[in-house]
Design a protein around this ligand. Structure first.
Ligand code: MSP
Length: 642
C-alpha cells in the first residue's frame, strides 16, 4: 500500500458456483482494505465480478435447457445479492460476457497473434474438464489431474490449437519474482511459484475448438475457436479499468496494488498472468496475495460432504458485521483457518458482546444517567488514563502497520486489546462510586475517556463492521461527516465533541446463548443437529438431488416375522419395483392395493429384514398417527413430485 492510489481486485468467481464462504472471505477482505484506504484518504478502486465462459457454464445451460447467456444472467444475481447483503462497496462488477471485456480480450489476442506471440500447433495431451486445463504426461499425479484438491480423471485430447509463447518468458519471470520480493505474497507462496518455475515452462494453449466448446470469446483470427477461459478471465483486471480504450483511467489505477486470490489459483496469477502482461507490454501488478482456505473444522469444505458454510445464512443468523469481523479476525492471512459455528459464537461473545458491546453500553448508559445525557467538556488525559491512551492510540499505529503487512488478524487483536483496556480502566476508576460520591469532575473525565476509547476503536473497526460502528458512533454523539472516521482525527486523543445529547443504545451485540450452539458430540445425531444451523438449511440444488415420483401400489404383503414391515410392488411409470415400508401397524395390505402414493425413487437399495427395498414411501407422522402422502386427484404413475 505504498503508492498514491489503491487498486484491489478479487478473483472473478465462476458464475454458476453457489457463493460460499471462500468467495465471501476474499470479497470482504478486499472490501475492508478498500474501506481502510478510503479512510486514509487514498483514491481507491475495488473490482470484483464473475467469470462466465467455459465448459461448466455451457454444460449447466444445456442441462437447464436455456442459453449460456441466460444461465449467466440468472446466476450472477446470487453474487450481486450477496455482495449487497454483506455491505460490499466495490466500484465495479465486471462480467466476462460484457462487450467491454470481450473487445479487450480480442484486441489483445489479435495484437499477440500479429506479433507472433501466439502460434498454431497440434496438441496431444491430457485435459481436466473440471479445471479446464491441459497437462503433459509428466504433470499428472498418479495419472490424474495435478491441481491441488482436484485429483480427477483426465481425458486424452488430440487437436489443433493456438498457443501463447509463455515458455520464452520463463527466465524473465524468475528474475522479476526474485527482484521484487513483494510481488508474490506471502513469502512461501513466492517460493512455491519459483519451485514451479524450476521445471521447464511450456507454452500455454489459449484456444478451444468450437466443436468441443462453443461458449467463449471467439478468437479474432480464427472463428473456429474460442479463447481458453483463463486467458479471457485474467484480462478482467485491466479491461475493467479502461485498458486500452481509456488510458487515462487505466494509468490512474494500474498497476493493481493487490490481486487477492486463494492459494489454489496461484499459478494462473503468478505465471500465466505476468507472462501475458509482459507479452502485451503492460506493467505487472504490484502484488498478488494468496490467502489460505477455510476448512469446516479440520476438513475440506465440499458439496459432497455437505459442510459448505453459506455466508448468507451466517449473515442472516448472526448479523452481517459480526460475520465480517469473525472472518477477518480469525484467519491469519496466508494460512488455512477453521470455521465452526462454535468458534464463531465464542469469538462473538468474547470480543463483541462481552468486551466492545459491554464498554459501549456502560459508557453511554452512565452518561445518560449520571451526566445529564452529554459530556460537559473535553477532558484531557491524566496519569490514570495513560494506559488507556497508550493502548488506544497504539492500536491506531498498529492498524496501519499491520495492514500494510497484510496482518489483519493482528491489527484486530490490538484493537481488541484497547477495548479490554477500556473495560479495565472502567473497573479501576469505578465511575459508579464517583457518581455516588458526587465527584462530577472525575466522573466526567472517566466517562469521557471511555468514550474516547470507543470513538477511536469504532473508527478503526469501521472498515470491518461499517453498520454497527456507525451505530456506535452515532450513539457517541458524532454526526454528519464525523460518522466516517478519518485517520487524522483517530490519531488524536480528545476529539470527541461535547455538549451533544447521547441517545440510548440498544445492545450492539446481544450475547448469543452458547447452549443453543453447544459443541456437537461426534456421532450423536441430536447434538449435531443443534450445532449445524449453518449447514442445516438446504438449497434447491440439495433438494433437487431427491427424486420423488408418484407410484401405484400393485401388490402388498406382510413381511414374514415382522410386525412393522409391508412389502409392496409398485408401478413407477414403466418400471415395477419392490419397496419395503414400516407401515404395517397403520395399513392392512389390502387397504393399499390400487392407491397412488409418493415415493423417493432414487434411494440406494437397502435390505430390511432380509428383503430388498428399492425406494421409500412418503408418509406424515404425528404422535401415534401415520398417513401416507398421496396426490390430490388423478395422475399417471411416475409423475415428478417436488
Ligand atoms: N474463476 C476463477 C478465478 C478467475 S480470476 C481471474 C475461480 N473462481 S472460483 O469461483 O472457483 O474461486 C474463487 C476463489 O474462491 C478462489 O480464490 C478460491 O481460492 C476461493 N476458494 C474456494 N474455496 C475456498 C475456501 N474453502 N476457502 C477460501 N477460499 C476458497 O477460481
Amino acid at each position: 500500500m505504498s503508492s498514491d492510489v489503491f487498486y484491489v481486485t478479487t478473483p472473478i468467481y465462476y458464475v454458476n458456483d453457489k457463493p460460499h464462504i471462500g468467495h465471501a472471505y476474499t470479497t470482504i477482505l478486499a472490501d475492508v482494505l478498500a474501506r481502510y484506504n478510503r479512510l486514509l484518504g487514498c483514491p481507491t478502486f475495488f473490482l470484483t465480478g464473475t467469470d462466465e465462459h467455459g465448459q461448466k457454464v455451457q454444460q449447466a445451460a444445456i442441462k437447464n435447457g436455456i442459453s449460456p447467456q441466460q444461465h449467466c444472467d440468472d446466476t450472477v444475481v446470487r453474487f450481486q445479492e450477496l455482495w449487497e447483503k454483506l455491505e460490499i462497496t466495490h466500484d465495479d462488477f465486471i462480467r466476462t460476457t460484457e462487450p467491454r471485456h470481450k473487445q479487450v480480450v480480442q484486441g489483445a489476442l489479435q495484437d499477440l497473434y500479429d506479433r507472433d506471440e501466439i502460434y498454431r500447433a497440434d496438441y496431444d495431451g491430457w485435459y481436466c474438464v473440471t479445471c479446464e486445463r491441459f497437462f503433459t504426461e509428466k504433470d499428472l499425479v498418479d495419472g490424474k489431474c495435478p491441481e491441488p484438491g482436484c485429483n480427477r480423471a483426465v481425458e486424452r485430447i488430440r487437436e489443433s490449437n493456438y498457443f501463447f509463447r509463455m515458455s520464452k518468458y520463463q527466465d524473465w519471470l524468475i528474475q522479476h519474482i526474485t527482484d521484487n520480493p513483494t510481488f508474490i505474497q506471502p513469502d512461501f507462496r513466492r517460493n512455491e511459484t519459483l519451485g514451479f518455475l524450476r521445471k521447464p515452462l511450456g507454452d500455454l494453449c489459449i484456444s478451444r475448438p468450437k466443436s468441443r466448446l462453443a461458449w467463449g470469446i471467439e478468437l479474432p483470427f480464427d472463428a473456429d475457436f474460442v479463447t481458453y477461459v483463463w486467458f479471457d478471465a485474467l484480462v478482467n483486471y485491466i479491461s475493467a479499468i479502461g485498458y486500452p480504450g481509456d488510458m487515462e483511467s487505466f494509468r490512474k489505477w494500474w498497476p493493481a496494488s493487490y490481486h487477492l486470490i486463494g492459494k489454489d489459483i496461484l499459478t494462473t496469477h503468478t505465471v500465466y498472468w505476468p507472462t501475458m502482461l509482459k507479452a502485451m507490454g503492460v506493467e505487472l501488478p504490484q502484488a498478488v496475495f494468496a490467502h489460505g482456505w477455510w476448512l469446516a473444522g479440520q476438513s475440506k469444505m465440499s458439496k459432497s460432504a455437505g459442510n459448505v458454510v453459506n455466508p448468507m445464512t451466517m449473515a442472516e443468523t448472526y448479523g452481517v458485521d459480526p460475520f465480517r469481523y469473525f472472518l477477518m479476525a480469525e484467519m491469519t492471512l496466508g494460512q488455512d483457518a477453521s470455521f465452526t459455528e462454535q468458534a464463531f459464537v465464542k469469538r462473538y461473545n468474547a470480543d463483541l458482546a462481552n468486551d466492545l458491546g459491554n464498554l459501549a453500553s456502560r459508557v453511554i448508559k452512565m452518561v445518560r444517567r449520571d451526566l445529564d445525557g452529554s459530556f460537559p467538556s473535553a477532558c484531557s488525559a491524566g496519569p490514570d488514563e495513560q494506559d488507556l491512551v497508550d493502548a488506544t492510540l497504539g492500536a491506531v499505529g498498529h492498524m496501519e502497520s499491520y495492514l500494510s503487512a497484510m496482518q489483519l488478524d493482528r491489527a484486530l487483536s490490538e484493537v481488541q486489546a484497547a477495548v479490554r483496556e477500556g473495560n479495565r480502566y472502567f473497573d479501576k476508576m469505578a465511575p459508579w462510586a464517583l457518581a455516588k460520591q458526587g465527584d462530577r469532575e472525575a466522573l466526567a473525565r472517566t466517562l469521557y475517556s471511555g468514550a474516547e476509547c470507543l470513538r477511536i476503536v469504532s473508527g478503526l473497526l469501521y472498515p470491518v463492521m461499517p453498520e454497527k460502528m456507525a451505530e456506535l458512533r452515532r450513539a457517541l454523539g458524532l454526526a454528519g461527516d464525523e460518522l466516517e472516521p478519518n485517520v487524522a482525527r483517530l490519531s488524536t486523543w480528545g476529539n470527541l465533541p461535547t455538549g451533544r445529547p447521547l441517545d440510548d443504545i440498544k445492545a450492539l451485540f446481544p450475547r448469543v446463548d452458547t447452549k443453543k450452539t453447544a459443541q456437537p458430540k461426534p456421532k450423536q445425531k441430536k447434538a449435531k443437529k443443534k450445532t449445524q444451523a449453518v449447514v442445516e438449511l438446504i438449497d434447491i440444488e440439495d433438494f433437487s438431488k431427491v427424486t420423488m415420483k408418484t407410484a401405484k401400489v400393485l401388490e402388498a404383503a406382510v413381511v414374514p416375522d415382522s410386525e412393522r414391515l409391508l412389502k409392496l410392488q409398485v408401478q413407477i411409470g414403466a418400471q415395477q419395483r419392490q419397496i419395503v415400508a414400516g407401515i404395517a401397524k397403520y395399513y392392512a395390505p389390502d387397504d393399499l392395493i390400487g392407491s397412488t402414493v409418493v415415493v423417493v425413487a432414487n434411494l440406494k437399495p437397502a435390505k430390511l429384514m432380509g428383503v430388498e427395498s428399492n425406494g421409500m414411501l412418503l408418509a406424515a407422522k404425528s404422535g401415534k398417527a401415520l398417513k401416507l402422502v398421496t396426490v390430490d386427484g388423478e395422475l399417471p404413475t411416475g409423475a415428478s413430485v417436488g
